[in-house]
Ligand binder design. Structure first.
Ligand code: DGP
Length: 112
């Protein structure tokens, strides 16, 4: 069971800000921006690289949940960044697909 499955199951506490039938979203424990929320599908797909065609709808649900989070957090007007880290070299540390929703400050590009 992944760490994020345990959060979804309420076995580990988290500040959950959004949920629907497909996804749960909660604040990152180590925020990198004033708003930093993780959108996690209930299905424990490892990452985009490991997703399959049957996950097509689920991937769209993750993005729409991220949109809902951004609206609820009030960062949709100023702009926000969505990040999906894939694999160790990209910085993925939890191997349960998650979309970082980052906003509330200016974000530089390219990332380091
Ligand atoms: P990534 O590096 O892309 O795999 O992002 C994983 C994120 O998960 C990282 O920004 C920190 C966050 N995180 C790790 N453990 C916990 C936890 O127990 N609770 C919460 N809310 N976030 C966590």
């Amino acid at each position: 069971m992944t760490l994020f499955e345990k959060i979804i199951a309420r076995e580990i506490p988290a500040d959950i800000v959004y949920e629907d039938d497909h996804c749960v979203a909660f604040r990152d424990i180590n925020p990198a921006a004033p708003t930093h929320v993780l959108v996690v599908p209930r299905k424990p797909v490892v990452n985009v690289a490991e997703a399959s065609a049957e996950d097509c709808e689920l991937l769209g649900r993750v993005l729409l949940a991220a949109q809902a989070v951004a609206r609820a957090e009030g960062i949709d007007g100023s702009g926000y960044r969505l990040v999906l880290n894939n694999g160790v070299a990209a910085g993925q540390s939890v191997f349960h697909l998650h979309c970082h929703v980052l906003g509330g400050r200016a974000l530089s590009w390219p990332p380091g």
